[in-house]
Design a protein around this ligand. Structure first.
Ligand SMILES: [Zn+2]
Length: 424
């Protein structure tokens, strides 16, 4: 009796002490369980060197000499005053802003072509015709497993614009995106209006999100999307100095408005339908599209699922934005490889196109070059007990959950018969 009780207590204790893993978190189906707070040592050990999670970053911590040096090395920032304070826009500034739009301020004018010299135009469409650059903002949302399961079942990758604080709160959900083969871009640390930060605050909102994504997933994005689209030439310049491409959109589902009662589901559906109708009318026969949609609530994710078959039918291709741009090395880490657009499309056509998933025969293989070391991709996290083993089913042409140890993730992707081994 006592011995059994001891064993039970010991087992419970081990259960508490054992860290949750990406695979374990990805297997959860209950919303409450998915969203239960947790801690992994990778984040816990590093948290002291990060700004406060969930709060706007007003300045770089004085102890972070590396970040301070990077920021202080930036010269030539356009002399444009912040358009608010601490990430909150000033209504007066917006109301009194000149119609000549001297700052190319998207919030005021929808401007996408900078007026300051030397800045690239924002990306708001994709170069591949009849193609949708498929992506979602505001994740990782804690209860996203059902949505991500659906995308996996469709053999569909997307671009996920992640909020740095969410990544720190839900690192295992963020890891799932990379394991599943999605692209990750930056969506700032605290989701405030970027034009309402000082130069230092704006830098920090981007920089620490990049650091958080690197810490948790092993990759460093080179793309970002301003929350609410709020960007001007000052912010574009700072982002460009962090090698971040600014990505906006030309279609907006306004799915985010439903939670606050500012829009009805019928209105959101009409927005989806408008994109679908335009695709059918040939609007994207020369240049593809980007639509703003969210991984924000169960409603926005379910709406994405509901519309997936229609989008897949209306467009020839639904692909992550990097794929639509033919960027095969989307991250700073050059050993991470994405398929080219042609290879991605070939892999999908071999598995039945957009509308179906297939259990396929060219399943992922860990043979060949995959035996080489995954290497260490993070400066911290040593001692983390996270581990994983090969598991999961493989769809043809889709990433395959192979192993996960510390912050290094190995994903094997087969594209048109070629095996790409991605080391994170
Ligand atoms: Zn957002």
């Amino acid at each position: 009796m006592h011995a059994r009780a001891f064993v039970t207590v010991a087992a419970l204790l081990l259960g508490v002490l054992a860290e949750q893993t990406e695979q374990g978190q990805a297997a959860l189906t209950n919303d409450t369980a998915q969203c239960a707070p947790y801690s992994i040592s990778l984040v816990a050990d590093a948290q002291a060197s990060y700004p406060t999670i969930g709060s706007p970053i007003l300045s770089i911590p004085t102890t972070d000499t590396v970040a301070l040096a990077k920021f202080n090395a930036i010269t030539g920032i356009p002399n444009i005053a912040p358009k608010g304070v601490n990430g909150i826009l000033s209504a007066d500034t917006l109301n009194n802003y000149p119609t000549t739009d001297p700052d190319c301020w998207w919030t005021s004018s929808g401007c996408l072509t900078p007026k300051a010299s030397g800045l690239a135009a924002d990306t708001a469409s994709v170069p591949e015709p009849r193609t949708l650059g498929y992506g979602f903002d505001d994740g990782p949302f804690c209860s996203h497993n059902e949505f991500y399961n659906y995308l996996s079942a469709q053999n569909q990758k997307a671009t996920m614009f992640y909020i740095g604080s969410n990544v720190m709160w839900f690192p295992l959900q963020a890891q799932r995106a990379v394991v599943d083969g999605h692209e990750i871009c930056v969506h700032t640390w605290s989701h405030h209006n970027m034009t309402a930060f000082t130069n230092e605050g704006a830098f920090a909102e981007l920089y620490y999100t990049m650091q958080a994504i690197k810490l948790v997933t092993g990759v460093t994005p080179q793309c970002w999307r301003p929350p609410m689209g709020d960007v001007d030439d000052r912010i574009r310049y700072i982002a460009s100095k962090l090698n971040l491409e600014t990505i906006l959109w030309k279609y907006d589902s306004f799915d985010w408005k439903v939670a606050s009662g500012q829009a009805t589901p019928a209105q959101v559906q009409a927005n989806y339908d408008s994109l679908i109708s335009d695709a059918g009318a040939g609007t994207f026969d020369t240049v593809g599209a980007i639509m703003l949609t969210h991984e924000l609530t169960n409603y926005t994710m379910q709406t994405a699922v509901d519309n997936y078959p229609k989008l897949a039918a209306a467009f020839d291709h639904l692909v992550p934005i990097a794929v639509a741009q033919n960027k095969t090395q989307p991250y700073v880490e050059t050993n991470v490889t994405f398929p080219s657009f042609a290879a991605y499309i070939a892999s999908r056509s071999s598995t039945g196109g957009n509308s179906t998933s297939s259990s396929g025969t060219n399943s992922s293989s860990s043979t060949g070059s995959s035996s080489s070391s995954a290497g260490s991709s993070s400066s911290s996290g040593s001692g983390s007990s996270q581990s994983g083993t090969a598991s999961g089913s493989s769809n043809a042409g889709v990433s395959f959950r192979l192993s996960y140890a510390h912050s290094a993730i190995i994903v094997v992707t087969t594209v048109a018969g070629a095996v790409l081994v991605l080391y994170y």
